[in-house]
Design a protein. Sequence first.
Length: 484
Amino acid sequence: MNAPPLLIIVLAAGKGTRMKSALPKVLHKIAGRSMLGHVLALAHSANAQQLVTVVGTDMPAVEAEAKKLAPASRTFIQHQQQGTADAVLAAREAIKAHKGDVIVLYADTPLIRAETLMKLRAKLNEGAGVAVLGFLAANPSGYGRLLTEEKKGLGSAFNFVKHLTSDFASYGRPTLRSSSARSSDTLLAIREEKDASAAERRVDLCNSGVMAFRIANLADLLGHITNNNAKGEFYLTDVIELARKAGHSAAVVECEEDEVLGVNARDQLAEAEAIWQRRRRTDLMQEGVTMIAPDTVWLSYDTVIGRDVVIEPNVFFGPGVKVDEGAEIKANCHFEGAVIGKGARIGPFARLRPGAALSENVHVGNFVEVKNVTMAAGSKANHLAYLGDGSVGAEANIGAGTIFCNYDGFNKSRTEIGAGTFVGSNSSLVAPVKIGDGAYIGSGSVITKDVAAGSLALERSPQEERPGWAEKFRTLMGRRKGKS
Ligand code: UD1
Ligand code: CA
């Protein structure tokens, strides 16, 4: 099918006062990415030819995020927050210049799936002038209600369907419903809660806010919306009745409530996070990842995990982590910006920081921190170590308590360790320093100079021993304490 070009308008001008935050609402993160970022990614996956973000005044950070994540997008400023229709019209110029479909998304509704957006757009192909994404709300209060036409031929069979007659004489027979089976997907109007009658408030099919349009003079149509309502705002939802009057049909597409959760306050932010995490964990398990206690594994928006990876409880994946097939992640690890190779064994209690690049079969054990270090195949750092800024050759063994002394308070320097090297426990490697292939570093050494391949380097004071000293010491001290 040859779909017309698509313009997506993302509304992000809301102040988000209920977040009680210095940060604009849409910059709060879910799975390590801003809500705006999630919505821009959705827009990207919908193949929009043009992307527009509507921001409020004094929101340079929101504008910058949009520019960073979608460089080809444009931003428009809504100078006063006069409602959702007014917000869309902030992009009037883009709408007027565009010939094709328009989709409106809210930046504070970050969980919508790309498939759902495709279903919405399919309604336009079936002939609708406007399609609205709706959902059955467990608790509809606060949402706009979708007033739909009764399903043809079902009315008499469903005696629990109540008709609204007085308010809707002009529309025919709208349905009040609590199940999607009872009405058609023809939309008659959207009623905001504050403007709804008691009967309308009982409708639990609600407006998600997402709308798709195939209306040639959309900007003109939106221009006819007034603010003659309970909130004194220009409601985008009024477009339904106007579009119908102009001869367009309006349809509803339903989705799960989870997908259209709108974030207004921090508890909803946490709820959205939980939904996102559950969804992503399920996807990964379906792709062949084992999680022993999935609820305790936290993922980022870009976490990549290969097949047959086994993840024990309490593991945190910050942004930028990739785990290759068959790796074993033991309990209580923290990762960020790290690559974990095939068959690697990490943790328990390991910390991989940005730039940790671990090849196949690397072992990193408990209380080991790795930052900006590449570890070649089969190398090991099994206990209590800090490896920062450097490289570890294949099959090298880093002993317990080894420290790469990488920072002198001003500059960072590198430690390079050759293949097959053995670094004895409790060694300090003072960077910049290079240890050649196959060398040995004696335990407890402070290595400040390069070591040639195959050498033993050690830096220790000679050990002293005084035979019989302990017995004499105990006798002397015992006498002093009066124990003799
Ligand atoms: C809106 C819908 C309601 C729907 C609900 C879903 C209208 C009139 N009502 O209500 O039917 O059930 O969303 O969550 O559309 N915004 C601006 N500028 C404005 C006003 C809003 O950019 O002047 C943006 C907000 O940043 C937000 C979105 O539009 O992203 C929705 O605004 P909000 O005020 O939260 O609308 P609701 O009252 O929740
Ligand atoms: Ca809202």
